[in-house]
Design a protein around this ligand. Structure first.
Ligand SMILES: C[S@@+](CC[C@H](N)C(=O)[O-])C[C@H]1O[C@@H](n2cnc3c(N)ncnc32)[C@H](O)[C@@H]1O
Length: 204
């Protein structure tokens, strides 16, 4: 099954709170974004936003220039429906982050929780990093969260990569200055815990 079909299948068969990555609020992401840029005009993209409530919380805090991208049209539609008329304030993109054409130097903040770790080939990882480097403004902020070294080896039936701050930073390279990293134990809705890593970098 290709990437798009896999995720469409997930989101057409599971309720938003019945997936392992579900959290009522993405508190750590939200705090890092607010720290990266308190300016409400900042252009922020949530890559692989899925059905998460991060966009709701960013709108509530006054952020006005938000883009949510996901490979699943279904996930985007669920999120739009939840937001109601507020969805009109958000830019929506459906596509594979490795392949989609993004506007150059468009974003002040790039956020990804639990997408990069699904890129299991060096070619797709290199394409992702090229995409970030092109789409984020010089001096912009890059927040990427993956499974940590003690995180699961599979998620949603797919193999994943696990990273510590050093190995994740190595994938991105020297143009990305590591500002901060932290680990979090995420309680899944099914009673397990998963180790996540958050890395916050600034682009040269
Ligand atoms: C584990 S979920 C995380 C969702 C959300 N970021 C969160 O933390 O709740 C991974 C998300 O990335 C999306 N995704 C997976 N591979 C992708 C790709 N190559 N391009 C864009 N989106 C992708 C999936 O559809 C899914 O919504």
């Amino acid at each position: 099954m290709d990437v798009k079909n896999h995720w469409e299948n997930v989101y057409t068969t599971k309720a938003p709170d019945q997936v392992s990555w579900y959290r009522r609020h993405l508190e750590t992401s939200l705090a890092l974004i607010q720290r990266a840029t308190p300016a409400h005009e900042a252009s922020i993209i949530d890559v692989g936003g899925g059905e998460s409530t991060l966009v709701d919380d960013l709108l509530l805090r006054g952020y006005k220039n938000l883009t949510v991208l996901d490979v699943s049209q279904t996930a985007i539609e669920v999120t739009k429906k939840r937001l109601g008329s507020a969805a009109e304030q958000v830019h929506w993109l459906v596509g594979d982050i490795v392949e989609i054409e993004l506007e150059p130097q468009a974003y002040d903040v790039w956020h990804d929780r639990a997408v990069f770790h699904f890129l299991t080939t060096p070619e797709r990882r290199v394409a992702y990093v090229r995409q970030v480097t092109r789409a984020v403004k010089p001096g912009g902020h890059v927040i990427v969260s993956t499974f940590g070294p003690e995180g699961p080896t599979r998620c949603s039936g797919l193999d994943v990569m696990r990273y510590d701050a050093g190995s994740l930073h190595d994938e991105f390279g020297r143009r990305f200055r590591l500002v901060e990293s932290s680990k979090e134990l995420h309680p899944t809705p099914f009673g397990a815990t998963q180790q996540f890593l958050y890395c916050y970098c600034q682009l040269d």
